[in-house]
Design a protein around this ligand. Structure first.
Ligand SMILES: *[C@@H]1O[C@H](CO)[C@@H](O)[C@H](O)[C@H]1NC(C)=O
Ligand SMILES: *[C@@H]1O[C@H](CO)[C@@H](O)[C@H](O)[C@H]1NC(C)=O
Ligand SMILES: *[C@@H]1O[C@H](CO)[C@@H](O)[C@H](O)[C@H]1NC(C)=O
Ligand SMILES: *[C@@H]1O[C@H](CO)[C@@H](O)[C@H](O)[C@H]1NC(C)=O
Length: 456
């Protein structure tokens, strides 16, 4: 037997050479008397294996047609900082080897055999965008069919460069390109085709990906422009992979808490301005918001300026502005109740107009309209005016009381001062309402803008 193999191999080689010269494809090149219940006799393929260093064609001016397809089985990582997409692909390539063919009827009915891929010539297809290809596992197998068609599958982890746009995070879509082309063979030697319809690739990938991860596969599109490098023209297939982030995690962890804090900040305007609680309450909220931002910083993209960062900055500044407003109103109230400066005439008339039944500011508080609705005990850190307001009643009452130390002039003076205090307090309230209106307006505009931007 052992002596038989080389001679048989030689015979096959002669047959191959004669086929080469004649250029006929119908003749079977594999003598499958080696296919039996013990498997395949290695000698039957020896002639093919010996030629693996060369592109398998009968006429070197004929190009090899390599059909490609892939399944996107996972999107492992999207690295915004380095603009890299790490994905896992199962790449399938099929091509014809004209030196392989056998008659399945003669060969115990087998249409396909598996061959260790390293024994065969393999096309040097690579992905041009890949920055770091994890070597495919060694010892991969290829299917060889009786018609000489070879199918070679290999899993590969591809880290490809991709132009990532983070602006719409977490509602962003990315469009990454995977370009398959031969490293060396120009169009004269290798032409690429599709081994599978595009919709099949998309469907299978989508079904596999949907079970995992943050990214959802939207669509795969294809283009086949040839590429000119120097004077060599290369065939290539470009796949545009569109993916979308599933935003739920970010909505729950970032947007919802932030909106709640904003809502509380807005509602805190309804705490009476005279109470001492409003400013500390707002400071606590501001602190809470900062802690929230610190904790959630890991969830945000490491680089770039997404819209969500702008949104957070906006919320923070709104909170700061509302705190400043509270400080201003507190100061005004304090001023009004300690040493009220004389009110300018224009301000007085404006105030009167604003608080008259036909108000210029619709949300101006009603209570401010009805004399001094201020309970002095509520005024913060004010001693003198409390006495002033609390102990000194109206002039008539004073007369009735028959207070001996207070002359009429003094009483009038005090009454005037009290009136001034009430005017200033009223003014503070109107200011508070007005600023609150402005705040609401600004917040509504900016948040609507952000939402509209997200939706486009
Ligand atoms: C195949 O090889 C066997 C011996 O191993 C030989 O008898 C047979 O004629 C060969 N068949 C062909 C088609 O060459
Ligand atoms: C190889 O193919 C080219 C172009 O198809 C043809 O001109 C040439 O004659 C072929 N050579 C042989 C040896 O068949
Ligand atoms: C490649 O695809 C083309 C067109 O679909 C088909 O005609 C050809 O037989 C395929 N070749 C291989 C080796 O699969
Ligand atoms: C991705 O980009 C390519 C090229 O710019 C374009 O042709 C394709 O339509 C884009 N895909 C999607 C889903 O936007």
């Amino acid at each position: 037997m052992e002596g038989g193999w080389p001679s048989r191999g030689g015979f096959l080689l002669c047959l191959t050479v004669s086929l080469l010269l004649q250029g006929t494809g119908d003749t079977f090149t594999i003598n499958c008397s080696g296919f039996d219940q013990h498997g395949v006799d290695p000698a039957t393929f020896q002639a093919v294996f010996d030629r693996k260093a060369f592109r398998p064609v009968t006429n070197l001016s004929l190009p090899t047609h390599v059909n490609i397809s892939f399944t996107l089985s996972a999107i492992l990582k999207v690295d915004i900082h380095r603009q890299l997409l790490t994905s896992f692909l199962w790449i399938t390539m099929t091509w014809d080897n004209p030196f392989i063919s056998w008659n399945p009827e003669e060969c115990v009915g087998s249409h396909k055999v598996t061959v260790l891929a390293e024994n065969l010539w393999l096309p040097d297809i690579f992905i041009t965008e890949s920055m770091d290809v994890d070597g495919a596992p060694s010892g991969l197998i290829a299917y060889v069919s009786s018609g000489g068609q070879i199918q070679y599958d290999r899993p590969v982890k591809v880290t490809s460069i991709c132009n990532l746009d983070i602006f719409y995070f977490p509602f962003d879509q990315q469009n990454c390109t995977l370009t398959f082309r031969s490293f060396l063979y120009t169009v004269d030697s290798m032409l690429l085709g599709m081994a599978q319809e595009l919709w099949m690739i998309t469907d299978v990938s989508r079904n596999i990906i949907q079970t995992q991860g943050e990214w959802e596969l939207l669509d795969i599109k294809k283009a086949t422009p040839k590429m000119l490098v120097g004077r060599s023209l290369y065939d290539q297939i470009m796949f545009y992979v569109a993916i979308r982030r599933r935003p739920r995690l970010y909505v729950i962890n970032l947007l919802v808490p932030s909106s709640f804090l904003m809502a509380i900040d807005t509602l805190s305007f309804f705490l009476p301005a005279e109470s001492e609680n409003r400013a500390p309450f707002k400071i606590t909220l501001l602190l809470g918001y900062n802690v929230f931002l610190l904790m959630m910083n890991d969830l945000l993209p490491a680089s770039g300026t997404p819209l969500i960062s702008v949104y957070f900055a906006l919320c923070l500044s709104l909170m700061v502005v509302s705190l400043l407003e509270t400080i201003l109103i507190t100061y005004l109230l304090h001023l009004a109740t300690t040493q009220p400066p004389p009110m300018p005439h224009w301000l007085h008339s404006l105030l009167l107009r604003c608080t008259s039944p036909r108000k210029c500011c619709p949300a101006a508080p009603q209570k401010g309209n009805t004399s001094l609705g201020l309970s002095p005990a509520h005024l913060p850190g004010v001693k003198e005016p409390v006495e002033l307001v609390g102990k000194v009643p109206g002039p008539k009452e004073a007369e009735l009381n028959g207070c001996p130390g207070s002359t009429r002039a003094q009483q009038e003076d005090k009454a005037q001062k009290q009136h001034l205090v009430s005017l200033w307090v009223q003014f503070s309230r109107v200011m508070d309402t007005l600023l609150f209106c402005l705040y609401l307006l600004f917040m509504a505009t900016s948040i609507t803008t952000v939402i509209i931007l997200w939706n486009t």
